[in-house]
Structures are given as C-alpha cells and as structure tokens.
Design a protein around this ligand. Structure first.
Ligand SMILES: NC(=O)C1=CN([C@@H]2O[C@H](COP(=O)(O)OP(=O)(O)OC[C@H]3O[C@@H](n4cnc5c(N)ncnc54)[C@H](OP(=O)(O)O)[C@@H]3O)[C@@H](O)[C@H]2O)C=CC1
Ligand SMILES: CCCCC/C=C\CC(=O)/C=C/C=C/C=C/[C@@H](O)CCCC(=O)O
Length: 349
C-alpha cells in the first residue's frame, strides 16, 4: 500500500479513495421461450463491474421498460445466457465523461440490469425542459419509444386527416392509448378495443368515442360495425392475427392500415393460418404498411417535444402499470404479455 493510501486508511478516509466496487444484478435469458414466456426461462445473475476508465460513466437503472418486442426479438437476436434486451431510465452515479454530469437522468438501451457502464454514445439525456413534477418513467412510455410509435405511425403511415375514423386495438396499452388521444387531437373519430371492462372504461375516460371489450363481444365483426357503421379510414394494428383479418373487411375504400405490431402471434409456436388479406385489399384499394419506429430516428426530437407538450398541457393523459422491484421483471414482462397492464408497463427498481 502506498504512503498516501496508508495515511488515508489511518485517518478513516479509505472509503473516499478506494474505488467503489459495484455489483450489478442482471436478468439473463436462461432458456429460449417456448410459447408463452415463463419465470423459469429467466435467471438472475450478479456481475461485478470494473472501475471506470476515462470517458466512461456508471449508471443506476431507476425504471426499466418491459415491451412486447422483447418476445420476438429475443428469439431472433439473443442466445441463451445473454442479458435480456431492453431500455431504462437511469441516473448517472459516477462520471469520467465531461459530457455527462453526475445526477443527470438518461434513457439507456442496456438491457435488464440494475447498474451498467457506458461510454455515453448509446445514451439519450432526458430533454432539458422535462418538468421536475413529471415522472421520468414517461420517457419509456408516452414521451418515449411507444409514444413516438403512435405519433409517427398515425402521421406518416396512417396519414390521418381530420374527420376520419380511426380504429386501434390493444388500445389501453402504451402505444394504443396514445394513438387514440393523438387521433382525437387530430380531429378524428376514434374506436378502441381492449381486453377488459376496466380498460374500456379507461378508454372512454380519456376521450375515445367508442370502445369495446374484444374478449366479451359476441361477434367482433358486429361490434366493429356497431362502433362505426360507415367503416374505418385508418386502422392502427397492434395485434394482427384474427382481429386484423376481421377488421380489414370493414375498412373504407382507400383506407390505410399501419401494421405496428402482431402481439396475438408473438407467442405462437405454430404460425397462424389465414384468412388472407389480398381480396379486401384489392376491392377496397387499401394501403397496408408495416413500420418500425426507428425509421424516424432523425425526427425523434420533434416527436418527443410534441408529446411532452401535449402531456404537460393535459391534452394527452398517461397511465402507467408500475411493478415494484427489479426481482419482479420477468413477472412484469409476462403480465404485460397477458394483458395485465393498463397503460405502459414499467418496473421501478
Ligand atoms: N412497430 C414498432 O416500431 C413498434 C411496435 N410496437 C407494437 O405495438 C403493440 C403494442 O405495444 P405496447 O403498447 O408497448 O404494449 P401494450 O402496453 O399494449 O401491452 C400489450 C397489450 O397487448 C394486448 N394483448 C396481448 N395479447 C393479445 C392478444 N392475443 N390479442 C389481442 N391483444 C393482446 C394486451 O391488452 P388487452 O388487454 O387489450 O388484450 C396487452 O396489455 C405490440 O404489438 C408491439 O409489438 C410497439 C412499439 C414499437
Ligand atoms: C423478429 C420479428 C419481429 C416482429 C415484429 C415485432 C415487434 C414490433 C415491435 O414491437 C418493434 C419495436 C421496436 C422497438 C425499438 C426500440 C429500440 O430501438 C429502443 C430505442 C431506445 C430509445 O431510444 O428509446
């Protein structure tokens, strides 16, 4: 031990000069999902983090996101033993990078971990005009990736126009609830479908014109017709599968379908079969376009500022399903896939 360190130890300053050892907790994919994910498919690991090098920072996750894409993307991009993919709002606890101050909050894309080290390149600082009173978790939901999905999907893919009729499914979730509210701001009539009566009541509370529980209606076809006898100009599809096959027949001529997600298919071990879309697409001259929110990376600032403004003004309401505790991440993820969330599902560490 050097003389300086020795002197520090004697006068009790050792802790101030010895770099802190940080043990991160991380959830790994133990076993590839077979059908619906199970808690036994995940493993909780401890990882000792090294000391920071110049240019690096140490971050502590405060909120983590659980999102549907994790199900199909884990299958495509991950191998067993990898840390689960995902984003977080994190606080900077140590910094050797002058661009990032200790105490600042960022959105990271570092997977299901309590702590991580970054060189800053993959981090997005929360907007400087983020109000102190606004939960930072919204940067993972309405004012983050799901909100941007709704914003660009409606404006650029559906190309909604005032006076049109917009249909959205998984409507009480992170993306769907924003889709409906933005369509109302845009002067449209909005019909939403969700999987419980509480969700339907919520949709009406936040301004949807019509809403129904797709799990309890006798006929989806009839329910869609009753909600909008004239049909639909825009269909923002989060669900795919059978729902989409029924809804496509109720599109108006020249209608637009934004294929955002297909959550009804993510857990299928055997791919679903038709009905197929070609006939209604031809007769109604429909446009159907799949998209990924990442297409508009270069307009992220525009989208975030628009969403932030509407949230601050109270024009877009937000609800979050907050699960407490990092140890409950798999449960929160599985719960979201089962439809237990109202609004955006997040985990508070
Ligand atoms: N293309 C893109 O860039 C993006 C696409 N997405 C997609 O948007 C969709 C919604 O995502 P997000 O808002 O984050 O998630 P949500 O917050 O909407 O949560 C998922 C919801 O899906 C519904 N759901 C689950 N299983 C089924 C089923 N079999 N049939 C019908 N509904 C089901 C449940 O609601 P309910 O109770 O109503 O059944 C559940 O709450 C997903 O498909 C996702 O993959 C999301 C972000 C970006
Ligand atoms: C492999 C088959 C894929 C089928 C389609 C599945 C899902 C669609 C979907 O949900 C896509 C979501 C994409 C989300 C992307 C998010 C990240 O890039 C995180 C960005 C972090 C941030 O800056 O907020």
């Amino acid at each position: 031990m050097g003389k300086f360190a020795e002197a520090c130890r004697h006068i009790g300053f050792e802790a101030m000069f010895t770099p802190r050892m940080v043990i991160a907790k991380a959830w790994v994919l133990k076993k590839h999902f077979d059908g619906f994910p199970k808690t036994s498919d995940f493993d909780l690991k401890k990882i000792e983090l090294p000391n920071l090098k110049d240019g690096e920072l140490l971050l502590e996750s405060v909120f983590l996101s659980v999102d549907p894409y994790m199900r199909p993307y884990s299958q495509r991009d991950m191998k067993e033993g990898d840390i689960m993919i995902g984003t977080q709002v994190a606080r900077i606890v140590e910094s050797k990078n002058p661009a990032f101050a200790v105490g600042a909050f960022v959105v990271g894309n570092s997977g299901w971990r309590t702590h991580f080290i970054s060189d800053g390149k993959d981090l997005q600082l929360l907007p400087s005009n983020w109000p102190e009173s606004l939960p930072r978790s919204l940067a993972l939901g309405t004012v983050g990736m799901p909100g941007l999905t709704a914003y660009f999907g409606l404006l650029e893919v559906c190309k909604m126009k005032p006076g049109e009729i917009v249909l959205v499914n998984a409507a009480a979730g992170a993306v769907g609830s924003v889709v409906g509210q933005l369509a109302k701001i845009g002067g449209c009539k909005v019909v939403g479908c969700a999987g419980s009566d509480d969700k339907v009541a919520y949709l009406k509370k936040i301004g949807f014109d019509e809403a129904f529980n797709y799990k309890t209606v006798k006929s989806l076809d009839e329910a869609l017709r009753k909600a909008s006898p004239d049909g639909y100009d825009c269909f923002f599809d989060n669900v795919g599968g059978e729902f989409a096959s029924v809804a496509i027949n109720q599109m108006k001529k020249y209608g637009r379908i934004a294929v955002c997600g297909a959550i009804s298919q993510y857990n299928d071990s055997v791919p679903q079969k038709g009905p197929y879309v070609q006939i209604p697409m031809i007769f109604k001259e429909l446009q159907m376009e799949g998209f990924l929110v990442t297409r508009w990376k270069n307009r992220q600032e525009e989208g975030v500022q628009a969403l932030l403004k509407w949230v601050v003004e109270g024009k877009v309401k937000c609800h979050e399903q907050v699960t407490e505790g990092f140890e409950n991440m798999p449960m929160a993820f599985i719960g979201m896939l089962k439809g237990e969330n109202l609004g955006k599902a997040v985990v508070k560490v």
